[in-house]
Design a protein around this ligand. Structure first.
Ligand SMILES: Cc1ncc(COP(=O)(O)O)c(C=O)c1O
Length: 390
């Protein structure tokens, strides 16, 4: 059976040139970057070159780059590290996050509330998944220690007004973090313009390897290390640096950014064709997230009268790899909190589908899906009706 991968928001394949860039650091140039000898120096040189290169891509001269094990660690480090250290300085204890964060932010804020004496407050989003800046404005005061708002949403694709949100926070002297794990693959991020204090990325979303990411932190801002030990990463993150993965991440980012504009135009045309036709051919279907301000590769829907997990399995059997919500929600029959936050009723939220496109996606792939999907949805609805005895 021909299989079609349409789950690029979950992860992406590693580009061949990225694999080739990494290989020497598994073999001949295997040194520990903390070692003073020749082998260590080679590895250290590769890490520091990667740090300079990634700063160039993000126009991040005013930032420290801390290499981490991925998006979850970057989010954890930003939230815990900034909140704990800043509270020591100014006594503020309230953390504001949007109500559509990835669990890496949501669960960290919840744990800071449960175990460390912070208060975590969720900001409303509109029906289109965009955070309500007027509520953010109302909430900003001396009690707020940190604000964290997702840049491009993993479940519904909406792109938040991060520059405006950061500006509002700065007017009150409040630290601002954004989770750009999905956004970094599709938006050209210029940190000197975006002006956030902390920003998280993860390599496996932009054709780099899994298990590596970065946290950008504006220089001199507070951050309490969460992994202590050796003084790697300027003392912000202990542990022997993963040289091949760091080299691979930066190479992947450079390649991705070279073609980002052309690829976005191609993906937007495909994405919009998919959205228009799904809504036209499938009754009782609804787009989730913003119609235009959404990630270029991201189409997400809810279908009444079926289960998203059943839909995912049926599509997998038909050769399509898609997702129902985010990858972490697989096997979880509860409706997604993100969809509920958009005001979607629970029964409808259970029937969610996320289709995310990438470099290998062709028009032909989507034409096939557009032929098969209405049929699959119809059959699942019929089965469910029979089961319910209607
Ligand atoms: C928005 C967002 N944040 C964080 C993460 C976690 O990243 P990682 O898988 O690198 O830990 C993901 C992964 O799906 C994500 O989509």
């Amino acid at each position: 059976m021909d299989r079609i991968y349409l789950d690029y928001a979950a992860t992406t394949p590693v580009a061949q040139s990225v694999i080739e860039a990494m290989l020497p650091y598994f073999g001949t140039e295997f040194g520990n970057p903390s070692s003073a000898h020749y082998y260590g120096q080679l590895a250290e040189g590769a890490i520091e070159q990667s740090r300079r290169d990634i700063k160039k891509v993000f126009n991040a001269d005013d930032y420290d780059v801390i290499f981490t094990s991925g998006g979850s660690e970057s989010d954890n480090l930003a939230l815990r590290g900034a909140a704990l250290e800043q509270r020591k300085r100014n006594g503020a204890t309230k953390i504001l996050i949007s109500s559509v964060e990835h669990d890496a932010v949501g669960h960290t804020a919840a744990q800071l509330q449960q175990k460390s004496g912070f208060i975590s407050v969720k900001l409303r989003v509109a029906k289109n998944g965009i955070v309500d800046l007027s509520q953010l404005k109302e909430q900003l005061n001396k009690q707020v220690v940190l604000v964290s708002i997702i840049y491009g949403n993993n479940e519904v694709g909406s792109i938040n007004p991060i520059k405006e949100a950061a500006k509002l926070c700065h007017e009150h002297g409040i630290l601002f973090h954004t989770d750009a794990v999905q956004a970094a693959a599709h938006l050209k991020i210029d940190l000197s313009d975006l002006d956030v204090d902390y920003l998280s990325i993860s390599a496996h979303k932009f054709y780099g390897p899994k298990g590596v990411g970065a946290l950008f932190k504006k220089k001199f801002l507070p951050l309490l290390p969460q992994i202590t030990g050796g003084g790697q990463e300027s003392g912000f993150r202990a542990g022997t640096s993963n040289v091949p993965l760091i080299v691979g991440m930066v190479k992947a980012l450079e390649i991705n950014n070279e073609s980002i504009n052309a690829e976005n135009s191609r993906l937007i045309a495909l994405r919009d064709k998919l959205i228009t036709n799904v809504l036209r051919t499938i009754p009782e279907s609804q787009l989730t997230g913003h119609i235009k301000d959404r990630l270029s590769n991201h189409a997400s829907f809810v279908f009444d009268g079926l289960s998203g997990n059943d839909l995912l399995i049926a599509l997998d059997m038909a050769g399509y790899a898609v997702s129902s919500g985010s990858a972490c929600k697989v096997g979880n029959p509860k409706p997604s909190e993100v969809l509920l936050a958009l005001g979607i009723k629970p029964s409808l939220a259970l029937g969610s589908l996320r289709v995310t496109l990438g470099k290998s996606t062709s028009e032909n792939d989507l034409d096939k899906l557009l032929t098969d999907l209405p049929e699959v949805v119809k059959n699942l609805r019929k089965e469910k009706q029979l089961k319910n005895g209607n």
